[in-house]
Design a protein around this ligand. Structure first.
Ligand SMILES: *Cc1c(COP(=O)(O)O)cnc(C)c1O
Length: 352
């Protein structure tokens, strides 16, 4: 693939790592590629800037929009490491199939990410905890108001230097168990990173925040009895004799971090199961003293400790408000592999 490169004439000043936050600062360049006439055309890297879209562009009306979220890290030796780039390329293909979009071949996806991150390598922060967040996105650009798959698409990649997610420390968060709104239903879009999923999740998050909770625990759409995900993360519960995460059944997202956690726990020979887990089982385990820890997993935060689960009728406080032992160990281990403190024996990391 020939990628045309147009470098910015006005490179912007870098922002210190402790002022980056998440997703607010963008790097100097973006990758763009058009799908027209049934094929991908004009792959190019250009200065970061606004898109030209007709107001009739179908993405603006019917949300044919899919994205990915992955990271690049500056390791201790100064080298840049992409974390699980193939996992993300493949997951994007599952999403494009579901949304009737053209797929981006894996090698094309990887080369685009590599070229863009190489050109903007100065934007990969070197502070511990900080990284370059990479956001590949596909949208339907054809201008028409009929409901059908578009015939024209734009695949673009933008990147954001992001600060340490836990700048103020690794703190357990309070979670609202959501019994009114749902995130996804069987047969829907829950297994893919479709933009539409996030629009439908906002109201629950806003209402939870008003009640003093950071995020919601999503339950199944069928009868609100089983746990699905926490906010935009996968969720794990550590019981006395077993660690459990809900199975991939089409309603939850196949997280790269979820997969890392599963592989690590299995390598440590801990009893971990992907199985349905009900809110009733969690409450009963808590009452018996058998619920030890709970945490979310996702690219942005890696691991997010849960300190409290609240329903309309009761509150469950976990690990005495502290970070659970396994939660901490998983966070430390995944971070150590990402930054190159520990060798990657799983094949998760690819040097740029
Ligand atoms: C992105 C995402 C996750 C986490 O996936 P990772 O690949 O680990 O970042 C989990 N749930 C939802 C809904 C997501 O959008």
């Amino acid at each position: 693939m020939e990628i045309e490169i147009l470098k910015t004439k006005a490179p912007r000043a870098k922002v210190p790592a402790d002022q980056l936050g998440f997703g607010k600062v963008f790097s100097d360049h973006q990758f763009m590629m058009d799908y027209t006439h049934g094929r991908w055309e004009k792959p190019r890297i250009e200065p970061y800037g606004p898109l030209m879209l007709e107001p009739g562009a179908c993405v603006l009306h019917y949300s044919q929009c899919l994205f990915e979220g992955q990271k690049a890290f500056r390791a201790n030796d100064g080298k840049i490491r992409l974390f699980r780039p193939r996992f993300h390329a493949q997951r994007m293909q599952q999403g494009t199939a579901r949304l009737c979009m053209p797929s981006v071949p894996e090698e094309m996806f990887l080369e685009s990410v590599r070229k863009l991150v190489s050109l903007d390598s100065d934007w990969v922060p070197d502070a511990r905890g900080a990284s370059l967040y990479i956001r590949p996105t596909m949208i339907g650009t054809e201008s028409f108001l009929g409901v059908r798959p578009a015939e024209k698409y734009l695949f673009f990649i933008i990147t954001c230097p992001v600060g340490a997610y836990y700048a103020e420390g690794f703190n357990p968060v309070k979670i609202w168990v959501e019994e009114k709104y749902i995130r996804s239903a069987a047969g829907g879009l829950g297994a893919i990173k479709a933009g539409a999923n996030y629009a439908s999740s906002l109201l629950a998050a806003v209402e939870a925040k008003k009640k003093g909770y950071s995020q919601v625990l999503w339950l199944d759409a069928h009868d609100h009895s089983h746990v699905e995900e926490v906010g935009t993360m996968n969720v794990f519960f550590r019981f006395k004799n077993e660690i459990v995460t809900p199975p991939l059944g089409g309603t939850i997202l196949n997280g790269a971090t979820r997969d890392c956690v599963l592989q690590l726990l299995r390598s440590w020979k801990l009893p971990v199961n992907e199985r349905p887990v009900s809110i009733e089982e969690i409450q009963a385990a808590f009452d018996k003293g058998d619920l030890l820890e709970a945490f979310g997993s996702g690219t942005a935060a890696v691991i997010s400790p849960i300190g409290e689960l609240a329903t309309k009728s009761r509150k469950i406080a976990l690990s005495g408000g502290k970070v659970g032992e396994l939660t901490q160990k998983l966070f430390d281990e995944i971070s150590a592999i990402q930054y190159g403190d520990k060798p990657d024996t799983f094949g998760w990391v690819e040097e740029l």
